[in-house]
Structures are given as structure tokens and as C-alpha cells.
Design a protein around this ligand. Structure first.
Ligand code: HEC
Length: 162
């Protein structure tokens, strides 16, 4: 290999190394900045498991989504329960679930069969557990406004004004 060729080869290799490290650095920047999933629960695993049994038993997921999941056969435009505990307090939830007519608390724009049913007749301990569980479903601050917006639009069918 002649002197000039060697120089070019070194140049090309050096360029490739720099380009690759730049890519790697960019990729690590991206993971650092990716804020991840904003929803979490403050419940213990044990409590969350017990509460999920009630959640299924009372068919909440026929209408609501939670952890991004819902019963795929249903298309009820009910608000998602992800992050609900950053919007509603436990006592509020308990009275809402205990109301004979939940629509006197939150008016509904939906047909009767899609509206939030009354859970006044289920055992008090179940209502307490559901209220405790739903109030433990939090959202990180950076996604709170977006969560409020989605919820408002589901409830009213209107655009959200901050
Ligand atoms: C038949 C569909 C349906 C079922 C079943 C249902 N919901 Fe709802 N829920 C709704 C709708 C729709 C709303 C919005 C108010 C309305 O239109 O009546 C609502 C409202 C709520 C709210 C208030 C949301 C807010 O934005 O303040 C909470 C909390 C809630 N539901 C929790 C539950 C839980 C827990 C269960 C199960 C025990 C459940 N829901 C079962 C349809 C349902």
C-alpha cells in the first residue's frame, strides 16, 4: 500500500468510528429523554389483585379502559380510568359509586344503556375497595393535563379549553 492510500484508509476508518459513536450517543440521548408510560398505581400488588377481581366482576371494563385495555367487544365512549386517582379522591369515588343516580353527579350525554350504572346495591366493602383502588391509579404530572383533556372530551364530546 502506498503512503497516500494509507492516509485515505485511516481517514475513512476514523470517519466511520466517529459516525458510529455519534449514532450510539444519539440513541442513548433518545432513551434518556423518553419519559415512558405515565400511568402507575400506588396500590400494593396484593391489593391491586383483589381489586381487579371486583373490577372484572362488576364489568367495569365493558365500558372503561384501564392500563390501556378494555373489552374489545364494547365501544362505549366512557372515560379511561388510567390516572383517575390524580383527578378524583377516594371519598368522591366512594360517594359516586354509592349514588342511586350517578348522573345527578356527572350528567351523561349517552344513551341509558351506556351510562355509568349505579352500584348503590353492591356490598359497601366492595364500593370501598373499588374507590380505594381507583384513587390509587395515578398519572405523572407531565401527562396530567393530557389525561384531563381526554377525559373531558369523552364526557362532554366537546373540545377541551384549559
Ligand atoms: C355501562 C357502562 C359502564 C359500566 C359497566 C361502568 N361504567 Fe363507569 N362510567 C361510564 C360512563 C359512560 C361514565 C361517564 C358518565 C356517564 O356518562 O354516565 C362513567 C363514569 C365513571 C367514573 C367517573 C369518571 C370521571 O371522569 O370523573 C368512574 C370513576 C367510573 N365510571 C368507574 C367505574 C367503575 C369502577 C365501574 C365498575 C364497578 C364502572 N365505572 C362501570 C360507563 C360505565
Amino acid at each position: 500500500m502506498r503512503k497516500g492510500e494509507k492516509g485515505i484508509l485511516i481517514g475513512v476508518v476514523a470517519f466511520a468510528v466517529v459516525a458510529m459513536s455519534y449514532k450510539a450517543w444519539q440513541a442513548s440521548e433518545v432513551t434518556e429523554k423518553d419519559p415512558g408510560i405515565p400511568f402507575y398505581t400506588t396500590s400494593s400488588d396484593e391489593f391491586a389483585t383483589k381489586a381487579s377481581v371486583l373490577y372484572r366482576k362488576y364489568e367495569c371494563r365493558d365500558c372503561h379502559s384501564l392500563w390501556g385495555l378494555r373489552n374489545i367487544m364494547q365501544a362505549v365512549p366512557a372515560p379511561s380510568l388510567d390516572g383517575m386517582g390524580s383527578i378524583r379522591e377516594e371519598e368522591w369515588l366512594y360517594s359516586y359509586f354509592s349514588a342511586e343516580n350517578p348522573q345527578s353527579i356527572i350528567p351523561s350525554r349517552l344513551k341509558l344503556r351506556y351510562q355509568m350504572p349505579s352500584f348503590a346495591k353492591i356490598p359497601e366493602t366492595d364500593r370501598r375497595m373499588l374507590a380505594k383502588y381507583i384513587s390509587s391509579l395515578k398519572v405523572e404530572d407531565w401527562f396530567l393535563e393530557e389525561t384531563k383533556k381526554m377525559r373531558y372530551e369523552k364526557l362532554t364530546g366537546k373540545d377541551y379549553q384549559k
